[in-house]
Write a protein that binds this ligand. Structure first.
Ligand code: ATP
Ligand code: MG
Length: 395
């Protein structure tokens, strides 16, 4: 492509001016890095921010760039690794499929359950995997990404330290931890900066988090280890006690999603499905038919406990803020908000049977937290002072 003569000239030029060329290159790099620090977008050579929702059931990783939140990964919080070397074999859906079916040399587990760490080793490996992946997505040239991490209200100090350490070890430049319901409130544009009560109920897999926010800070915050997982276990128990059949929790979750409901309109029957399991006496496979009504009965106690907790949070709320909530309603997020009739059941129970309280469920309640984290990243300077000064539900 180039003649030998031309290449020779170029080489000679480089050799004679190598000091100048080096100086020029270093100047460009320095200007680029400092421009990035000043957030001058034309020179943004650093990494885009990363939002991470560390759910006990589902983990989401999103890139936040140019005010847009792009979900890069959304997977079940399951991991499978070799017991001897601790080498990660798979994470997410594949590991969830392996759960309960592995030979002794593999451990497939869900490190967090019911809002607490069930397996510390697994949780550590999982955290490192998530942050490593987050760093890879952010593809920065010179600086690691700023990571904004959503955690349940019930997170303990050692758990939070473990999260921060894992993020820094995997290349984060800054780590900011935000309470998940606070992120959901920001995502849904609730007027949290005003002297007005906003209530968020996040019914996830392991925990139900309830907060009342006013003037950028949680005024009331309650969390119970009662959410989707507890419903799955209740379905397993119901089928065991009423049909003498053993089924696994994953099967129970499938039944719940397919035919489950928290409430049925009068005069409707709901759906039904065939469920296979093993007979508790004979150990033989057997199939039964389950109906929506069965699921309502099975999960009734769990749902009542969640509703009681919402009532208790409202009782703890100062009266002026409670009247704001009575007028503006409740934001309901988390995967269990997708259970058929859940919003209606809460509205009927809290509204003393008159359906007076408005329950708003965003279009995709499972993305509410990550959407909010993305919004925080997009307006980071706006939230920096209030959000990360330990007043606004950050930790
Ligand atoms: N269509 C559906 N109907 C009923 N429940 C559903 C549906 N879709 C998801 N879920 C339930 O939502 C729960 C997961 O929700 P989510 O992803 O918000 O949890 P998480 O954020 O991982 O958990 P946590 O916030 O407790 O740490 C699971 O229990 C799942 O069974
Ligand atoms: Mg959650």
């Amino acid at each position: 492509m180039f003649s030998n003569d031309f290449l020779e000239k170029i080489t000679r030029f480089i050799m004679t001016h190598k000091k100048h060329i080096l100086f020029l290159l270093l100047s460009v790099i320095t200007i680029s890095i400092s421009s990035n620090a000043l957030a001058f977008p034309a020179f943004k050579w650093g990494s885009p921010d990363v939002a991470i929702d560390l759910g006990t059931q589902n983990t989401l990783i999103a890139l936040c760039e140019n005010e847009e939140t792009k979900i890069m990964a959304n997977f079940p919080s399951f991991i499978a690794f070799r017991r001897d070397t601790l080498e990660v074999m798979c994470v997410g859906e594949e590991a969830k499929e392996m759960y309960g079916k592995t030979p002794p040399y593999i451990l497939a587990l869900r490190p967090m359950q019911d809002g607490v760490i069930k397996d510390f080793e697994g949780a550590g490996i999982m955290l490192h995997h998530v942050f490593k992946q987050a760093k890879e997505y952010s593809r920065g040239l010179f600086r690691g990404p700023r990571m904004i991490v959503g955690v349940p209200c019930s997170v303990t100090d050692p758990e939070e330290r473990a999260i921060r350490e894992a993020a820094f070890q995997n290349g984060a430049r800054e780590v900011h931890v935000v309470m998940e319901p606070m992120a959901a409130a920001i995502g849904a544009d609730l007027p949290i900066e005003q002297a007005r009560g906003s209530m968020v109920v996040d019914i996830g897999g392991g925990t139900t988090d309830i907060v009342v926010i006013s003037l950028k800070a949680p005024v009331v915050s309650r969390a119970i280890r009662m959410a989707g997982d507890a419903m799955d276990r209740a379905i397993v128990k119901y089928i065991h006690d009423n049909f003498s059949l053993n089924i696994g929790e994953q099967t129970a979750e499938k039944i719940k999603k397919e035919i489950g409901a928290a409430w049925l309109p009068e005069g409707t029957k709901g759906k039904s499905m065939e469920v296979s399991g093993s007979d508790i006496v004979k150990g033989e496979p057997r199939t039964i038919t389950m109906t929506t009504l069965d699921i309502i009965k099975a999960t009734n106690e769990c749902i009542e406990k969640i509703i009681n907790e919402i009532r208790a949070a409202l009782n703890d709320t100062p009266v002026e803020l409670a009247s704001d909530i009575a007028r503006d309603g409740i934001l309901l997020v988390g995967g269990s908000a997708l259970l058929e009739g859940m919003a209606k059941r809460i509205a009927l129970s809290i509204g003393a049977g008159k359906d007076t309280i408005k329950i708003t469920v965003p279009k995709n309640p499972m993305l509410a937290v990550v959407d909010g984290l993305g919004k925080i990243a997009a307006n980071f300077e706006h939230y920096r002072e209030s959000l990360f000064s330990k007043t606004m539900g950050s930790r």
